[in-house]
Ligand binder design. Structure first.
Ligand code: SF4
Length: 276
């Protein structure tokens, strides 16, 4: 167990750099290392879970919540998530329709808080927290109010929603992959298109999750994984032992993660002052 404990990052049991070993996953997730996909494929194939609830990008920035039951279905959900997808009602319906007993949910920090509180402190009989085995939160700086952002891309840069292939955060820049081109935008330039709630959000990694995942500029091609409890630690270590992921110690990147978390906190504090 690691002794690193920093309030801003929540409970840190272990921090690793991980990479999928499966060529197909790596091919599709070169930038991020594909460790989340590999971990979830492991959990599905070993029968630890019977489904993964996650978001799948549809067109432009829009997405929908889907349940993946196989490695192939997981791969179809590839891509960065830049709009918030309403999970809870869809997830409850899917779990009940498909009789799922143990699911993993891949979500954003604000959603991880909702699912974590529902699981750990159930209030209503209609809660379905006992069926959530793993909460995996992706690092998040914000999601876009996508109609306004798409309008800006169309008006200022002549980029149409249907031409956007991916949006990737690289340092202080947002890269918009569209058609055969890439547009690089300073992140500051597009802050005003983030959801209002994101501007005052203080959680970068998803402190209510079992596993947080993201990446840092200094370790391209690797996924940063933060395990928050023994259950998560066991999943990560078993996936490594069975050859689904490569694992390295990630203690040296905790400073990079903290830096991003502090920047998000500072942004929230500044924006809160305007609201008070
Ligand atoms: S910035 Fe916060 S509120 Fe916005 S999507 Fe990310 S976790 Fe949710």
């Amino acid at each position: 167990m690691m002794s690193v404990s920093e309030n801003l990052l929540g409970n840190v049991f272990g921090i690793y750099l991980a990479r999928a070993t499966d060529e197909e996953i790596l091919k599709r997730k070169v930038a991020s290392g594909g460790a989340v996909t590999a971990l979830l494929a492991y959990a599905l194939e070993k029968g630890l879970i019977d489904g993964v609830v996650t978001a799948k990008r549809t067109e432009g920035l829009e997405g929908q919540a889907v349940v993946a039951r196989t490695r192939e279905e997981l791969l179809e959900t590839a891509g960065n998530k830049w709009s918030i997808v309403p999970f809870a009602s869809r997830m409850k319906a899917k779990i009940e329709e498909e009789g799922l007993k143990n699911v993993a949910v891949v979500c954003l920090p604000c959603q991880a808080q909702f699912f974590g509180q529902m699981r750990d402190f159930p209030l209503l009989e209609s809660d379905f927290g006992e069926r959530i085995k793993y909460i995996v939160s992706l690092f998040c700086i914000g999601t876009f109010a996508f109609e306004a952002f798409l309008n800006y891309l169309r008006m200022k840069h002549s980029i149409m929603a249907q031409d956007i292939k991916d949006i990737v955060l690289k340092g202080d820049f947002l890269e918009i992959y569209h058609g055969d081109s890439v547009l690089s935008l300073q992140i500051k330039e597009v802050y005003s298109y983030l959801q209002a709630g994101c501007l005052v959000c203080t959680d970068y990694t998803g402190t209510w999750s079992d596993i947080s995942a993201g990446f840092v500029e200094s370790e391209k091609g690797w996924t940063v994984l933060i395990t928050r409890n023994l259950k998560a630690e066991e999943l990560v270590k078993s996936a490594e032992k069975d050859g689904y992921i490569e694992l390295r110690d990630g203690s040296h990147v905790i400073g990079d993660v903290l830096k991003a978390a502090r920047e998000k906190l500072a942004r929230a504090q500044k924006n809160m002052m305007y609201l008070l």
